[in-house]
Write a new protein. Sequence first.
Length: 52
Amino acid sequence: MLQAAQQLMRRQGIRRLLVLSGEPDWCREQAQRLAATLPGDWPWVGKTRRPA
């Protein structure tokens, strides 16, 4: 369902910003999971480097 919504927004030219907040390890894990599941631009803002 999330992938279908993302594809629809992409076709309509809609962009969204997702902010993760919480424990650093949890945030990193969630960001990695989302980036692996959903295609798109994934800018990384934080004190640490973006995980490979």
